[in-house]
Design a protein. Structure first.
Length: 455
């Protein structure tokens, strides 16, 4: 079932990103007076499509078919991308037949450098605009909840926090040069801000200040090994959202909305801590202290052989929470800021590979990894799934603008060179470079798929 849902969400993600990217090229070509012969979702042979002259048809178009000013909107067999075929342009299709004729006003090759640049960069622009729109929608719809708590309630064993030397009841005051005022600040400064840099964490412990530190390279290594940060705020509480009547919790007398206070006398501040206690006491009786309405109750219960008691969990906070709503302009500003941050985060991650802190194998993923992550984010809810699409959209934009053959950036290099030398680069040279680019992309695709299965 998980495989089916992963494929489903992968198709949705890829479909949205490809559609938006190729629509950018398509609409820019139309605005610039160029013919867009094909608009394809997917690569390879045509499965079906629509053309104004012939309507909906299956299979490939006749060899002698003349599209005229209209576009063949098609679905192709390989779900690994898409393309827009623009008249008079040497692209991945390697079509050179138009070179036998004199340039036509509607062809790419007859346009000036500005219009060519506009059409080639439009896909990247649209991907970036999509990311801005998604981040803005999330900000406008959700606003931001800021937990005004900087005291650690729980440290997950073998986590990054545990390796740094952080303790429960530490109050985090500062990370590097940044003062900490909320739980949001902690995670921003530990993860996305100054990604890859060393961390100096000033904490208040037993009434005194102490400084904890970790090298950037070691921190990146821990993240690559999928270690969690591993801290929960002291003001967090675990809530029983559902109790199965015939499982140990139901039989013991637990009720929906009970708030977990402690297990065997130890205070509980997080879901991982609570489930860890349960799993480590299979078939052994433990005492769970809960708050029900205004009463505090201690209930003995024996987890089953699988380390479960039959409850669904959620979290709540009894600390101060500030909620801020954003208007459209503020949300749009956040959309731009988050999209720019995503660019720097992507660039920083690539930099870590070149610095030797990360390996290519653990850093670069292909369709399988994207499908798995798409499913994971979808399970967390709509806004998490949207955020995943936005991050991928920025990644796609950055990759496509790189000056490599067969990518948008590679085509732009030709336009720049032609503008400088004031003549067209030899079509033979363009075709040769495009062939090398296509080969490299196919090799890269094979590598990332192999990497996905051997990771």
């Amino acid at each position: 079932m998980e495989i089916i849902s992963s494929i489903f969400y992968f198709v949705i993600v890829l479909g949205i990103l490809v559609l938006v990217h190729e629509f950018g090229h398509f609409i820019a070509a139309k605005i610039s007076g160029m013919r867009a012969e094909v608009f394809s979702i997917g690569m390879g042979p045509r499965i079906l499509g629509y053309h104004k002259k012939v309507g909906f048809t299956f299979g490939k178009m006749p060899a002698n078919f003349e599209p005229g000013d209209n576009t063949d909107y098609r679905l192709s067999i390989l779900p690994i991308g898409g393309y827009v075929k623009i008249s008079g342009m040497i692209d991945e299709s390697m079509d050179k037949d138009f070179l036998k004729n004199i340039p036509q006003p509607y062809e790419f090759r007859s346009k000036n450098a500005f219009l060519k640049t506009f059409v080639l960069s439009a896909g990247v622009i649209m991907n970036f605009l999509l990311a801005i729109a998604i981040f803005a929608i999330i900000a406008y719809s959700n606003g931001q909840s800021i937990l005004k708590d900087t005291t650690v309630g729980y440290i997950e064993p073998k986590s990054i926090a545990a390796k740094i030397g952080m303790n429960a009841n530490d109050k985090i005051l500062q990370i590097n040069e940044n003062k900490i005022y909320s739980w949001n600040d902690i995670f921003e400064n530990m993860t996305s801000k100054d990604f890859g840099s060393s961390k100096k964490i000033v904490v208040q412990r037993n009434g005194k200040k102490d400084t904890l530190s970790i090298e950037g390279k070691k921190f990146i290594r821990y993240l690559a090994d999928k270690l969690p940060i591993g801290i929960e705020p002291k003001s967090q509480r675990v809530i029983l959202m559902a109790v199965e009547e015939f499982k140990p919790a139901g039989k013991a007398g637990f009720k929906r909305n009970d708030t977990v206070v402690a297990v065997n006398g130890e205070s509980i501040a997080g879901v991982q801590q609570f489930t860890g206690f349960i799993k480590s006491n299979k078939n052994r009786e433990i005492t769970i202290e809960v708050i029900r309405k205004s009463d505090t109750i201690s209930i003995p219960v024996k987890p089953n052989g699988s380390g479960l008691i039959g409850v669904a969990l959620d979290v709540a906070f009894d600390g101060k929470i500030e909620h801020k709503d954003y208007n459209l302009f503020e949300a749009a500003s956040i959309g731009v800021r988050e999209s720019v941050n995503a660019i720097f985060l992507f660039g920083n991650a690539i930099g870590q590979i070149f610095n030797g802190n990360l390996t290519v194998k653990e850093s670069i993923g292909g369709p399988v990894m994207i499908a798995q992550q798409a499913n994971q984010y979808a399970e967390r809810g709509l806004f998490s799934f949207m955020q995943f699409i936005a991050m991928l959209s920025v990644t796609l934009a950055v990759i496509n603008i790189l000056p490599l053959p067969a990518l948008d950036g590679g085509h732009l290099i030709f336009v720049i060179v032609e503008a400088i030398i004031r003549r067209e680069v030899s079509p033979k040279v363009k075709v040769a470079i495009q062939q090398v680019g296509v080969f490299l992309l196919l090799f890269l695709m094979a590598f990332v798929i192999y990497n996905d299965f051997t990771r």
